[in-house]
Ligand binder design. Structure first.
Ligand code: ADP
Ligand code: ADP
Ligand code: ZN
Length: 219
């Protein structure tokens, strides 16, 4: 299966991706995670990407598209992919169609996690991420068992530098302007499904998993 998980920053893409990739044995491809790793490793690409990420802006396509193509070309992706955080513009969606055609892959579903702006701000400003494995927590809504320590790997939790209120607002603006128009693109292709992301993590998961199970049975 090839699934695209979309939704505004803070909707719960990373959280759901962690559960869905386990349930459906998919490879998690997150452009945000790829950039954060490159920043951590201090590569040239990471340095360039960081300039945009810190401002809440999109990293330019000349950087993003090559990375996605390279990742999707790796043999492990043949087993199935969950794309998280890409595509984010209609141009990226079109570029992805070309890449998939070359790789003889096709999209099975595009799932949008829908959450109100007020809730997104509360989620993003309380988000904590594991420095080691990237698992996501929330200080109130999804706290780790031990404060500041990852349940999975005992890594230290940190707050992303772009999860401050001003950068969050800019990211939401950019989402509304540049990413939201993509809904139409996938709706016209008949592969779009919206999920109510305002509910508890497990309820959102149950809803998306049931939908994907049906899809898998069709394939
Ligand atoms: P969130 O989890 O808040 O939706 P991500 O982790 O997906 O955020 O992305 C963090 C940042 O990485 C974005 O604000 C942007 O600067 C950059 N980024 C991630 N994916 C893309 C993409 N597909 N195109 C351009 N920039 C991207
Ligand atoms: P995204 O990848 O879309 O930016 P995340 O998965 O990182 O979103 O989630 C953003 C924040 O909201 C995290 O702190 C996460 O623990 C929390 N969160 C995710 N889903 C829910 C939910 N259904 N209810 C409450 N908080 C949630
Ligand atoms: Zn961890």
């Amino acid at each position: 299966m090839f699934i695209i998980l979309m939704g505004p920053p803070g909707a719960g893409k990373g959280t759901q991706a962690e559960k869905l990739t386990k349930e459906f044995a998919l490879i998690h491809v997150s452009t945000g995670d790829i950039f954060r790793n490159a920043v951590k490793e201090g590569t040239e690409m990471g340095k360039k990407a960081k300039e945009y990420m810190d401002k809440g802006e999109l990293v330019p396509d000349e950087i993003v598209l090559g990375i996605v193509k390279e990742r999707l070309s790796k043999p492990d992706c043949k087993a199935g992919v969950l794309l998280d955080g890409f595509p984010r513009t209609i141009e990226q969606a079109e570029a992805l169609d070309e890449v998939l055609e070359d790789l003889k892959m096709k999209i099975d579903a595009v799932i949008n996690i829908d959450v109100s702006e007020e809730e997104l701000i509360a989620r993003l400003t309380g988000r904590r991420v594991c420095r080691n494995c990237g698992a996501t927590y929330h200080i109130k809504f999804n706290p780790p068992k031990v404060r500041n320590i990852c349940d999975h790997c005992s890594g230290e939790l940190y707050q992303r530098s772009d999860d401050t209120i001003d950068t969050v607002k800019e990211r939401l603006n950019i989402y509304n302007k540049q990413t939201l128009p993509m809904v139409d693109y996938y709706e016209r292709k008949g592969m779009y499904k919206s999920a109510d992301g305002s509910r508890e993590i497990d309820q959102v998961f149950a809803d998306i998993a049931a939908y994907l199970q049906n899809k898998e049975d069709e394939i």
